[in-house]
Design a binder for this molecule. Sequence first.
Ligand code: DGL
Length: 281
Amino acid sequence: MNSVVFAKNAINPSAPVGVFDSGVGGLSVLKEIRQRLPSEQLFYIADEAYVPYGEKSPDFIIQRSLAITQFLIEQGIKALVIACNTATAAAAGEIRTHWPWLPVVAMEPAVKPATQATRSGIVGVLATTGTLKSAKFAALLDRFAGNVRVITQPCPGLVEEIEQGNLATAEVKQLLAHYALPLVEQGCDTLILGCTHYPFLKNALSELVGDQIQIIDTGEAVARRLEFVLTQQQLLNQQSVNFKHDRFYSSGDLTRFAQVLPILWGEVEAIFNFTSTEELS
Ligand code: DGL
């Protein structure tokens, strides 16, 4: 264990917002943030050396999430968005305990809006194994499911396809059919995308299940929540920002990252290596 100082940043409104995910999935959330908050500078970390998180242990995900947050704090962030349902379920509590001064916005599957939207009374959740097995998800169901039947479906393999930039290949369509069609056959009229990678498959999924099925994700709500938190803490950036100063980091293969970013995000000025293997206690 290296000696780590859980230092408090001198928070100021022109500091960047840090956002992370196991990989490129969190870019679906970053897009909503960029659209809603065009004046914020954004630092994004894809922990691609360790993607997918979905099948890994909570302890491992906690270690990665703390190391990433520590790094982002060293880069001077004023707020953190955990753009990953799996990391939220495993590590949001630990992050908040380590850095109580840091505004943290986290993800959770959209169970509440889905249970309000369903007419059949049956809702499906597509998410990672880690999210669906977590105590946080069980608590979410206890709180909001009510009389609605919620059917959960882990989707191993989808994240790996999206990491390659495959959004509508035959393999992707086959996996989607395998995971989503049984939910529709059981009467779901609403599908929750409980993993930030999956919004990139929304078109393929909606072609598959038809437009009678509502597909709900949480990216926009998270961007709204970030705006609320920054406003409340008087941390909204008032100056105009040059998007060229956004930063994109990956702990994985930078060549592949550079190939996939234009597909899922757009052109970026520069990408960086993120190598923290530091262990925190
Ligand atoms: N995008 C992440 C989520 O929202 C993690 C996917 C993974 O790495 O398995 O859960």
